[in-house]
Design a protein around this ligand. Structure first.
Ligand code: SF4
Ligand code: SF4
Length: 470
C-alpha cells in the first residue's frame, strides 16, 4: 500500500508536521472563466443585498439582537421560527442530495470561502506578487525593499478588503441604514460596535491571508462529511486513471512517440494539475478529502492535452463508475429517497407559508393579579397584549372582541390602536365578563383581532374566576 501513503497526512502538512505553504499556479481555462462569472454575480448579490429595499424592507436582514428578520424583502418574526427550521432542513437535505449526486460542487462554485479566497484575495496576490514561481522566489528572498513593498502593500489591501467584508456582514446584522448612520457619526460615537468590527476584520484577514485552504481541509464540517456522502456513482472532479495510466503508467511526453503502442497512458506527468491545485493535492491519487472540486486541475490538464494533441477530459467531472465501467449518471434509489424527502419538506414549507397569518396576537393574563368584581357585578381580569404586524403596510382601527363569551374588552389607551408595518404594538387591556358566563376558576376565552369590523385573526387566553358559585 506504499502508493497510498498520501492518505496518511493531509497535503498541506509536511513530515515534520509543519504547514506546507501552497503556491497554486494562476488558473486559466473555460471552467475558471465560468467560475469567475458565477463569483461576480454572487459577490454582487452579497454586497448589494443589505442595500436593496423592497417596500421599505431591507432585502436580507438577520438582526438577531432586535429579533427582526427579512428574507427577500419579507419580514419574519421570532414567532415564524418554525419556518426557518423547515427552511434549514430543506437546505441540509438539498445540499446532501447535491453532494451525493455531484460531490463538493457547492465548495468549488458557491462557497463564500472559495469565492473570497480564489476570486478576490488570490487574484490580488497574483497582481502584486506575480504567479506561482515569482511568489516562491519572493518568499525565499531575504527581506529587502522590494519584498517589503510587495508584502506590505498586499497585507494592507487584504486588511482593507477584510474590513469591507466585516462591514457588509454588520449591515446584514444591524441593517444598512444603521450602518450608514454609524459611518456618518464616526467610530468614536459607536466604539462598542467599532471595536468588534476591527476584531472581526482581523479574523477575516487571518483566514484569507494565512489560514486559507485549512478552512476547507480542517475546519469545515461539510468537507468532513464527504467520506459518508460520496459513493462510486457520485460525479466529482476525477482523474481518468484508466486512460491516464493505461497498462504501463504515465510517462513524460516525447514528440512523435506512439504512446498507445508502448502501453503508456495519456498522462504526461507534467504536474500542471498539481501546481494549479489550491489545496496542494495530486488529483491523480484519487478523490481526497482536501479536494474542493474547484475545477482548476480540469482546466490545467485540458490545456496540456490540447498542446500534446490528445483528447481533453483526462481530468473531468466523472464518477468512479463512469471511469471504470463507462456507466452513465444514474438516478439511484439513494438519490430518489433524498428527492422524496426534499419534495415533502418543500411542500410543507409552501403549505406553512400559505397558512402563515399576517398578524400574530398574544394576550396574557397579568401574573400575580386576581380577578376583580366591577360595579356592575361583572368579573374582570387584567391582561397585557402583543400584536405583531408581519405585513408591509400599517394597520389602524385595530381592536379586540370576545368570540366565545358575552362581555367586553376595554383597552387602557382608547378603543382602537394602530400597528406600523412590520411593527409591534403592546399594551394593557381589561376583560369583563358577567358572572353567569364564568364556569369555575379556569376559563378559556376565544378572542378575535379586528380591523374595524374585519376579523383578522383569532387567539385565546385564560380568564380567572372564583372557584365555584353557590
Ligand atoms: S484536485 Fe483539482 S478540483 Fe480538487 S482542489 Fe485541487 S485543483 Fe481543485
Ligand atoms: S495535468 Fe494532466 S497530463 Fe499533466 S500531470 Fe496532470 S493529469 Fe497528467
Amino acid at each position: 500500500m506504499a502508493e497510498d501513503n498520501f492518505r496518511d497526512s493531509i497535503g498541506t502538512i509536511n513530515e515534520e508536521g509543519q504547514r506546507e505553504w501552497v503556491y497554486p499556479k494562476k488558473p486559466t481555462g473555460i471552467f475558471y472563466k465560468y467560475r469567475k462569472w458565477v463569483s461576480y454575480f454572487l459577490l454582487l448579490f452579497l454586497f448589494a443585498s443589505p442595500f436593496i429595499k423592497i417596500n421599505g424592507n431591507q432585502f436580507l436582514l438577520f438582526n438577531v439582537l432586535e429579533r427582526k428578520f427579512n428574507i427577500f424583502g419579507f419580514p419574519f418574526w421570532p414567532q415564524d421560527f418554525y419556518l426557518v427550521v423547515v427552511a434549514m432542513l430543506i437546505g441540509v437535505v438539498f445540499i446532501t442530495l447535491f453532494t451525493v449526486a455531484f460531490g463538493r460542487i457547492f465548495c468549488g462554485w458557491i462557497c463564500p470561502q472559495t469565492i473570497f479566497l480564489e476570486m478576490v484575495f488570490r487574484r490580488i496576490e497574483y497582481a502584486i506578487e506575480g504567479d506561482r514561481g515569482k511568489q516562491i522566489r519572493l518568499d525565499k528572498m531575504p527581506w529587502n525593499k522590494q519584498k517589503i513593498i510587495k508584502k506590505g502593500s498586499k497585507w494592507v489591501v487584504f486588511y482593507i478588503i477584510s474590513f469591507l467584508i466585516a462591514n457588509i456582514f454588520l449591515a446584514y446584522l444591524i441593517g444598512s441604514d444603521e450602518l450608514l448612520k454609524y459611518v456618518y457619526d464616526g467610530p468614536q460615537a459607536h466604539l462598542g460596535t467599532f471595536i468588534p468590527l476591527i476584531i472581526f476584520s482581523f479574523v477575516f484577514y487571518f483566514i484569507f491571508a494565512w489560514f486559507r485552504e485549512q478552512v476547507c481541509i480542517i475546519a469545515c464540517p461539510y468537507g468532513r462529511l464527504q467520506g459518508v456522502l460520496l459513493d462510486d456513482k457520485s460525479i466529482v472532479v476525477a482523474y481518468d486513471h484508466k486512460r491516464g495510466e493505461a497498462e504501463n503508467g504515465r510517462k513524460k511526453f516525447r514528440k512523435n512517440e506512439d504512446r498507445a503502442a508502448l502501453g503508456y497512458g495519456d498522462c504526461i506527468d507534467c504536474f500542471q494539475c498539481v501546481h494549479v491545485c489550491p489545496t496542494g493535492i495530486d488529483i491523480r491519487n484519487g478523490t481526497q478529502l482536501e479536494c474542493v472540486n474547484c475545477t482548476a486541475c480540469i482546466d490545467a490538464c485540458d490545456e496540456i492535452m490540447e498542446k500534446v494533441d490528445l483528447p481533453k477530459g483526462l481530468i473531468r467531472y466523472a464518477s468512479e463508475d463512469n471511469i471504470t465501467k463507462k456507466a452513465k449518471f444514474q438516478f439511484t434509489p439513494r438519490l430518489k429517497a433524498y428527492t422524496g424527502v426534499l419534495t415533502i419538506l418543500v411542500g410543507l414549507l409552501v403549505g406553512l407559508l400559505f397558512i402563515r397569518s399576517n398578524i400574530e396576537a398574544d394576550i396574557l393574563r397579568l401574573p400575580g393579579q386576581l380577578y376583580e368584581t366591577t360595579a356592575e357585578g361583572n368579573l374582570s381580569n387584567v391582561y397585557t397584549y402583543k400584536l405583531v404586524n408581519k405585513t408591509t403596510h400599517s394597520m389602524d382601527s385595530i381592536n379586540f372582541k370576545l368570540l366565545s363569551h358575552q362581555g367586553k374588552i376595554k383597552l387602557v389607551k382608547g378603543d382602537y390602536f394602530k400597528v406600523q408595518e412590520a411593527g409591534l404594538s403592546e399594551g394593557t387591556l381589561f376583560i369583563e365578563i358577567p358572572k353567569s358566563e364564568i364556569n369555575g376558576e379556569e376559563n378559556t376565552l376565544k378572542i378575535g383581532v379586528y380591523k374595524g369590523n374585519e376579523l383578522l385573526e383569532k387567539t385565546s387566553t385564560n380568564f380567572m374566576g372564583p372557584r365555584s358559585f353557590y
